[in-house]
Design a protein around this ligand. Structure first.
Ligand code: TXA
Ligand code: MG
Length: 381
């Protein structure tokens, strides 16, 4: 909706259509809003250097105005136009990971309006690798300020259908590029301090960053759910991704982690014994979830389980939602948000999820899942 609350006619077109890109570029240059695919999630774009245009983003999303936007660019020259004091480590990260799912925070130049950065004197910049995003930035000739194209508080969109659900009638155009590849938002790293700091975990892991620039910290406020810690990325403080039903994570934890750790040094287990142990622990999670589900079903509630592929056949509930393969992070990240949205479509009232922490993206995935669950976790021993 625009400022007078009138419904807008939203144009929906395929992102691989040249004419559609030309039309979208025109809309952006005139200060309008266009949703487009990136390799992480769909973005809701406006001209980043036009304060009136980026203000429209906040209205369409229902987003708090203190939550800054990421500026999307298509060539590294742009960084020097938007930011001052670009450190060597930023250059190294740009060379290693751009175009790609990494956002860097730098000190902003005056040219970037306060409306785009939520009043901060820093600016978030990212060069996406998705061909439609790239084409749109190049052809429009504008730097595109774009948050995820969801209504504030809902899971980010990973399909054009999700954008249509949230934004139809509120924005000028939606470019459909099919399913995105990664499915969770970019890693954000702040380079304005002494030690580079991860403000939001994503596909580019701490280890990948450290391989290029050495020591990297993680903003404490995103690891510990402590209400007294204020995350450095303003957006990380809001409740996110939560379906209407109540989500609970069920996680296996060794009874005494310390003891287990001491024993492992002297207790050389055979591979078969380790396999058996993993199976038993996994079974404990399945049994606990089935017990919780049975209780809720007996009370007449609708239940769903978010399960990894191999475990899926063993759940007895109203809907099993298969999220991916336990040890392949990107199969999970690509599906997670669609599954959280599906919980609402099927009207699930109680949702139980396995802990999705046995893969290379578990830091980023568990960050989102814990938010969806309001940090409700049941441990089984
Ligand atoms: O993958 C992505 O990054 C997607 C796609 C569309 O590029 N975009 C995205 O934007 O996730 P958004 O607005 O949903 O999330 C941006 C996050 C927010 O948590 C915001 O607070 C933080 O980045 N952020 C933006 N500018 C910042 C700044 N100058 N300092 C600290 N945090 C900042
Ligand atoms: Mg977002």
């Amino acid at each position: 909706m625009n400022s007078r609350n009138e419904k807008i006619e939203t144009i929906i077109a395929y992102g691989d259509d040249e004419a559609a890109i030309a039309q979208a570029s025109d809309i952006l240059r005139k200060g309008g809003l266009v949703a487009f695919p990136t390799e992480t999630v769909y973005g809701l774009g406006a001209d980043a250097l036009n304060a009136d245009a980026s203000a429209k983003i906040y209205a369409a999303k229902g987003r708090p105005s203190d939550n800054p936007l990421i500026v999307h660019i298509a060539d590294t020259e742009a960084v020097y136009e938007l930011a001052s004091n670009v450190p060597q480590k930023a250059v190294m990260l740009m060379e290693a990971f751009w175009p790609g799912p990494l956002t860097i925070i730098l000190n902003k130049k005056k040219i970037v309006p306060d409306g785009t950065t939520g009043g901060l004197d820093t600016v978030a910049i990212r060069m996406p690798s998705h061909p439609v995003a790239m084409k749109l930035i190049k052809e429009s000739g504008v730097y595109i300020a774009a948050p995820s194209a969801n209504t504030s508080g809902r899971p980010s969109p990973t399909l054009a259908e999700h954008v249509i659900e949230d934004m139809n009638g509120r924005i000028d155009m939606i470019l459909d590029g099919g399913a995105v590849g990664i499915g969770i938002e970019s890693t954000i790293v702040d380079l304005t301090g002494e030690i580079p700091t991860i403000l939001r975990p994503g596909y580019i892991t701490k280890k990948m960053l450290e391989d290029i620039i050495g020591e990297v910290m993680i903003d404490k406020a995103i690891i510990e759910p402590d209400p007294n810690l204020r995350p450095k990325a303003p957006g990380m403080k809001y409740t996110h991704y939560a379906p209407k039903g109540e989500v609970t994570i069920v996680e296996y934890e060794p009874a005494d982690m310390k003891e287990d750790y001491q024993f492992s040094a002297i207790d050389v287990k055979t591979e078969n014994a380790i396999d058996d142990e993993i199976k038993t622990n996994n079974q404990k999670v399945i049994d606990k979830i089935n017990a919780l589900v049975a209780e809720k079903n007996a009370q007449g509630f609708k239940t769903a389980v978010i399960a990894t592929k191999d475990n899926a056949p063993y759940y007895k509930c109203d809907s099993v939602l298969v999220v991916g393969e336990a040890d392949k992070g990107v199969t999970i990240s690509a599906n997670l948000y669609a599954i959280l949205r599906k919980c609402d479509t099927i009207g699930a009232e109680y949702i139980y999820s396995e802990a999705l922490n046995q893969n290379e993206l578990s830091g980023a995935i568990m960050n989102r899942l814990l938010k969806a669950a309001g940090h409700r976790v049941i441990k089984v021993h």
